[in-house]
Ligand binder design. Structure first.
Ligand code: AFP
Length: 361
């Protein structure tokens, strides 16, 4: 790609990148609108307490979670940046009970925008990295989108991305042709391509999970994590490192940069919820980004991008990252479902060569 003074801006990248696809310039224009909203959110997040944005408001979202001031403001920011351009037919967000209808004074476009305006917001008062996650779906026809129009499988996404508000702000996107990262140059206000063609290393010795939930996990997850923790003395025969930031964007960003596996598995903590993370706003866009970077994303029993959503705010188990580890976790789920799993604590590990590392190689 030709560089503009040695730098490729987001707009230039999108126009050139989408030229060879069936998507019109509308998709590029929509992603540029999303990026404009992200720049505004980045400025707010950077101001912290000086902007008066920290703390909670006296309301809950549809999930029953207390909303932070920034949850509400960032949700509005994305709606205002994307409602007017004639590019989207409707929008849905983790922070709104119902999808947002495009006001009558604006025309409707061919896309649906689905987003989590501030993921990891419970960290925002702590000055830990948070982010915005979004997914773009196609909307055919001129009709106002019905609720069911949003319920598309992850593999039908035409674009997905996240922004991470850390020491620098990055926007990481995919339009189905690789995963690419752009760093915000605050002085000129442009996103510049800095991480083209991100690749998740196939192998890793790093995993991320909220281990305080261990007693609620299913046996395959207990087995996998026990084996990682046993390190070189266990069946994996090498030491692992564990991370937990409680901010999915920060975890996924780490995995895209240096590999690893992120897990928020199904558990029995709250039997009404099939998982902690939201399918449409978190799991699907992150799954597309990770798979476009050569990784895998699964529920443990099903490829995430194949899961057929039943409701907009559906929750789901998420296991994603380095291919080999996700495949192994899927294998443990299959073993368990066939009645074949062997907990690591089993004395069989010491007796049967089948469970020794050399037998697995
Ligand atoms: P919040 O947006 O409410 O902070 O939730 C963040 C999140 O959805 C995801 O980003 C984290 O991985 C996960 O929840 C953290 O969950 P725990 O509270 O169980 O650590």
């Amino acid at each position: 790609m030709e560089l503009l003074h040695g730098r490729t801006t987001l707009s230039k990248f999108l126009i050139e990148h989408l030229r060879e696809t069936q998507e019109s310039n509308d998709l590029a224009a929509l992603l540029v609108d999303v990026a404009a909203a992200i720049k505004a959110i980045s400025a707010m997040a950077a101001k912290g307490a000086l902007g008066g944005y920290l703390g909670e408001v006296d309301s809950h979202n549809v999930q029953g979670e207390v909303q932070k001031k920034l949850d509400v403001i960032t949700n509005e920011t994305i709606l205002r940046h994307c409602e007017w351009g004639g590019l989207v037919a409707g929008m849905a967000s983790e922070e709104m009970d119902e999808p947002f209808e495009i006001p009558a004074e604006y025309s409707r476009g061919r896309y649906l925008l689905v987003f989590d305006p501030l993921d990891g917001s419970s960290n925002v008062d702590l000055n830990v990295s948070v982010g915005t996650i979004f997914s773009v779906l196609r909307h055919d026809g001129d009709e106002r989108p019905a609720f069911g129009d949003y319920l598309k499988r992850g593999r039908e996404q035409v674009a997905a991305g996240y922004a991470i508000y850390g020491p620098s702000t990055l926007l990481v996107i995919t339009v189905g042709r690789g995963t690419h990262g752009f760093t915000l140059d605050r002085e000129i206000g442009n996103f510049i391509l800095t991480h083209p063609n991100l690749r998740v290393p196939e192998e890793t010795s790093e995993f991320a999970i909220n281990a305080s939930n261990q007693r609620f996990w299913e046996p395959p997850m207990q087995r996998y994590v026990d084996e990682c923790k046993a390190g070189r003395t266990g069946p994996r025969a090498r030491d692992f490192n564990m991370r937990w930031i409680a901010s999915m964007v920060a975890e996924v960003h780490r995995i895209l940069i240096r590999g690893g596996v992120f897990m928020y598995p199904r558990d029995t903590k709250d039997p009404k919820k099939a998982g902690r993370l939201r399918l449409m706003y978190e799991a699907n866009p992150m799954a597309m980004l990770v798979e476009q970077a050569g990784g895998l994303a699964s529920t443990g029993r099903e490829r995430l991008l194949e899961h057929s959503p039943q409701t907009l705010h559906e929750r789901i188990a998420v296991i994603l990252g380095s291919r080999r580890e996700v495949e192994l976790i899927e294998q443990y789920h299959r073993d368990h479902d066939c009645g074949d799993d062997v907990p690591f604590s089993s004395p069989l590990f010491n007796e049967r060569s089948l469970f020794r590392p050399e037998a697995r190689a």
